[in-house]
Design a protein around this ligand. Structure first.
Ligand code: ADE
Length: 341
């Protein structure tokens, strides 16, 4: 393998958690028709995809935003499949140098889909290469150094960029402005997650009752990736305790053993709430202080824990930091202080 090819392979498909990705891969829906939830996104996408296919043109660039695990990668693969195109997958942090991105772009074929996960984490000089690549399907590159060094323009095939980010506000305005299609994914309802759990159980050949599927779904923080992970863990308990069948009782027992409460909060969620309602009672706490207190990375708190705690109305974000709401005190069985609402 050439050095360029090796580098290209290490940049492409550089994924967060290989084990979980392999498990997810086999149960991912392949077509829009199999995808549960996000109805307005599906309705809009099928119009845009149908129109692009009719014109025999690549789809406009797409920005997908929403919390981790809501299905951005799944949707990107579905878009590629529905438009009959090949997909190349990479992520913002995997693209370390401008040349990395140029290598990826030059290797694309006409009409390919390029998926960049965590696109908000691209460094600025790399992001700037994307501007002309997205707009003009070309990149300008200075080859030699010193006096008289002139940029040369490298033409690229027409392609569709699909960017994924946890929040559209994380993206610079010039980059955001170059996406023709912007789609916001929201948390799933327990009923939608129940259908996802039932579908995944069928594919994995797991016996599960409807009530058990609902139990798993309602404790999955509105997130399919979590629902599918919990399904696999609950299946382990069912195999040991109940010859494989997941009943409501087994699901409840397994989730309690895993430290996941009735509303889907885990130990770290509760640790965050404990800090905000204990040591910092009634006061706003900055992200750095909070992350030091629970010994976790600030990005993890911001991207994994906070969105659900905010959605559940357990914390509030102010300009001074995070604060526990009255609901958080009630959830932990604590008395609500006078100055907390
Ligand atoms: N697996 C993960 N997400 C899914 C979804 N939205 N629909 C069906 N199966 C899924």
């Amino acid at each position: 393998m050439t050095a360029v090819k090796e580098r290209q392979n290490s940049i492409l498909s550089n994924k967060r958690n290989e084990e979980e990705n392999i498990a997810e891969e086999s149960i991912r829906p392949l077509w829009l028709a199999d995808y549960i939830g996000q109805q307005s996104i599906k309705d809009n996408l099928s119009v845009f995809i149908g129109a692009a296919n009719k014109r025999e043109e690549p789809l406009d660039h797409v920005l997908l935003y929403g919390s981790a695990g809501l299905g951005k990668t799944t949707l990107a693969s579905i878009i590629a499949r529905e438009t009959g195109r090949d997909i190349r997958i990479t992520s913002g942090p995997a693209i370390e140098r401008p040349i990395d991105l140029i290598i990826i772009l030059k290797a694309l074929k006409e009409g390919d889909v390029l998926f960049i996960d965590e696109i908000h984490r691209l460094r600025r000089p790399i992001e700037e290469i994307l501007y002309s690549a997205m707009e003009d399907f070309a990149v300008d590159r200075v080859i030699s150094r010193g006096i008289g060094a002139k940029p040369i323009r490298i033409a690229l095939p027409k392609f569709t960029l699909i960017g994924a980010t946890t929040r559209s506000g994380n993206l610079s305005s010039p980059l955001r402005a170059r996406f023709g299609i912007m789609l916001a994914l929201s948390f799933y309802t327990p009923e939608q997650l129940e259908k996802i759990v039932m579908r995944s159980a069928t594919i994995l050949n797991v016996q599960i009752t409807q009530k058990a599927a609902y139990e798993v779904a309602s404790r999955s923080r509105g997130t399919p990736r979590i629902a599918n992970r919990l399904l696999r863990r609950v299946r382990d308990f069912a195999e040991i305790k109940n010859e494989g069948t997941i009943t409501e009782e087994i699901a409840d027992y397994a989730l309690s053993c895993l430290g996941i409460d009735k509303r889907g909060l885990d130990e770290e969620d509760r640790a965050i709430l404990e800090i905000l309602t204990g040591k910092f009672k009634g006061r706003a706490v900055g992200l750095e202080t909070l992350s030091a207190s629970v010994s976790d990375e600030p990005e993890n708190i911001e991207e994994v824990y906070e969105p659900y705690l905010l959605k559940e109305g357990l914390i509030e974000k102010t300009t001074r930091g995070r604060m526990a709401t009255a609901e958080a005190y009630i959830c932990l069985g604590k008395e609500v202080p006078q100055n907390v609402f």
